[in-house]
Write a new protein. Structure first.
Length: 426
């Protein structure tokens, strides 16, 4: 049962020497404050990294051609080669784990390559399959995405990024159904996209014009060649296995040695996520190590001051024992004082840390909103810092345990005091 008189007595004892209590509690306060801020900063770094690749499927892989690293079938080492449309059909037929696949071709045609009336700009021109929007997902503020019919019929349609729309069209103007001239050829706008990920393949999606792959191949006289390939594995299918199977097909289709690892380069989103997760596990370990070390120093300070308190109250403890106080009463009083001092200082540090993170988060959110409004958003590697409720609960439990631990040795010391010795010392 909660004894308010007892806790009032404990509070009076703690506040009897305010300076000593403040200095002692500051160590615990600082330890929890640093732990919360470091954990929040670590989460902000983690959120920023993962937001950069937010729109990509985690089991996606990307391939591009390099010069060969080995001679093969009469070809010399260092031969440059290019992927072809036939490779796509063979990959579909032989590689069972592929869910989505899209080649990508680019068109470079100088400055102001996209024009509408008197408005113009220089933007990336991409030729892609409709499946690409399943590999790098997008927000769709208006219209639709490219589809299979656009590919099959070589339609002159396009999807534009949100920045392209803002430059070529007035704010109150609907771009859907309008025509723009891209490298001298007119395309009808069927959709507007805004990227989810901050890191994009082939340039910033917001500043891109995306047309059907087959249409751009024909319009730019690229033949059947392309330089970049994107693929996503089926759910549950190992992405690494898909990567090796696709590389084997590309090597066999293009007269490349089966052991040539240089000719076909690739990277996978899954490996990037795995690397990031390992990195953040290490960061969290270091944060907890530093935070707990700082907190331990504060707990030791509380324990030392409680030892001094026990020494100063030797006579009081002896008299109480002579009057029949049970050992549990003496122990509970010492440990309660230690627990209360630790929890008050720690909760103040926890609250201040959460408040500081909230202020920083609000400032960053306001800055991000302003940057988006001005079309200046960039791939920052630090996002809004935060601390999860589970972490706050763990920190509270650590505080309670630390408070009890801090009072354990002083309580044991108090129990060693004999009543007659304490009275004689006085």
């Amino acid at each position: 049962m909660f004894d308010i008189d007892r806790w009032q007595e404990i509070w009076i004892t703690i506040t009897r020497n305010k300076t000593r209590s403040l200095l002692t509690g500051f160590g615990v306060f600082w330890g929890i404050l640093m732990l919360v801020i470091l954990l929040g900063a670590g989460n902000g770094f983690k959120n920023g990294i993962f937001k950069n690749v937010e729109g990509f499927s985690t089991n996606s892989a990307f391939f591009f051609s390099e010069r060969t690293g080995e001679p093969y079938k009469g070809y010399k080492k260092g031969r440059y080669w290019q992927m072809r449309n036939r490779d796509l059909e063979t990959i579909r037929a032989r590689v069972q784990g592929v869910r989505y696949i899209s080649p990508m071709v680019m068109q470079w045609s100088g400055s102001n390559n996209v024009v509408r009336g008197i408005k113009a700009g220089t933007y990336n021109i991409r030729g892609i399959y409709s499946d690409y929007f399943n590999i790098e997902t997008q927000h769709l503020p208006a219209g639709r995405l490219l589809n299979e019919i656009d590919m099959r019929e070589h339609r002159k349609v396009c999807v534009i990024g949100d920045i392209v729309r803002d430059v070529l069209f007035d704010a109150d103007e609907d771009p859907i159904g309008q025509y723009i001239r891209v490298s001298g050829i007119y395309y009808q706008v069927v959709g507007v996209v805004k990227p989810k990920a901050r890191v994009q393949i082939g340039g910033r999606t917001s500043e891109s014009v995306m047309v059907p792959y087959t249409t751009l191949q024909q319009a730019a006289n690229l033949g059947d060649k392309f330089w970049f390939l994107c693929a996503t594995a089926n759910d549950g299918y190992p992405a690494d296995r898909m990567v090796e199977d696709i590389k084997d097909v590309l090597r066999s289709q293009n007269e490349i040695s089966p052991t040539d690892e240089q000719a076909v380069s690739s990277f996978t989103i899954a490996k990037q996520f795995e690397t990031f997760n390992m990195l953040f596990m290490g960061i969290n370990f270091l944060v907890w190590l530093v935070g707990m070390g700082t907190l331990l120093a504060g707990v030791i300070g509380v324990s030392n001051i409680m030892m001094v308190t026990v020494r100063e109250r030797t006579n009081e403890i002896g008299v109480r024992r002579a009057l029949g106080a049970k050992p549990l009463n003496i122990i509970s009083q010492i440990m309660s004082e230690s627990l209360l001092l630790t929890v008050i200082a720690g909760m103040m540090g926890l609250c201040l840390g959460v408040f500081a993170l909230d202020l920083v988060g609000r400032a960053m959110a306001a800055g991000a909103a302003e940057a988006n409004a001005n079309a200046n958003a960039n791939g920052s590697f630090f996002d809004v810092p935060e601390i999860h409720i589970g972490t706050a609960v763990i920190a509270t439990v650590v505080l309670l345990i630390s408070g009890l631990f801090a009072g354990l040795i002083p309580a044991w010391r108090a129990m060693q005091i004999k009543a007659i010795d304490a009275i004689r010392e006085e």
